[in-house]
Write a protein that binds this ligand. Structure first.
Ligand code: DQA
Length: 149
């Protein structure tokens, strides 16, 4: 049995759909989960989708993933720009990691140009709206396929 791909979402992403729709669009996090689920089924992947406003909870999910996942797709939201603790947790992971942002942080305020998470990420996707999520699932499936003997 292959292990699930963790899809982790940070603070305020539970408010997708109503949160600054001019930046993040109108899809809800539930819509995003469904998009990921559909893409994962096509690619034969199992996903485990989570959101938390708590840094500690995100770190605990990453710790569970050390043994329990085949890869991690993470939108750390504002923790991207602040959290050495999430970076340290991701640095324990040997499986592929995709950093994902709905918006393009590089086009926004200068503090968003700094990502602690990038230091641990295998790849980054940003600026594609919520479509970045199924694209990340596809990219993860490609990376996992490439690793298979
Ligand atoms: C975000 C970008 C971050 O700068 C911001 O704090 C978020 C969402 C994105 O998906 O575009 O909460 O990660």
């Amino acid at each position: 049995m292959s292990k699930p791909v963790l899809i982790l979402n940070g603070p305020n992403l539970n408010k997708l759909g109503t949160r600054q729709p001019e930046i993040y669009g109108h899809a809800t996090l539930k819509d995003v989960e469904e998009m990921c689920q559909k893409r994962a089924e096509v690619r034969g992947l199992e996903i485990s989708f989570h959101q938390s406003n708590s840094e500690a909870e995100i770190i605990d999910w990453i710790h569970d993933g050390i043994e329990g996942c085949s890869g991690i797709i993470i939108n750390p939201a504002a923790f991207t720009h602040t959290s050495v603790a999430i970076l340290d947790a991701l640095n324990i992971i040997s499986q592929p990691i995709i950093e994902l942002h709905i918006s393009n942080p590089h086009k926004r305020e200068s503090f968003r140009r700094v990502s602690y998470i990038t230091y641990a990420a295998t790849a980054s996707i940003c600026g594609l709206g919520v479509n970045g999520y199924p694209i990340a699932v596809d990219a993860m499936a490609d990376m996992l396929d490439a690793k298979r003997p």
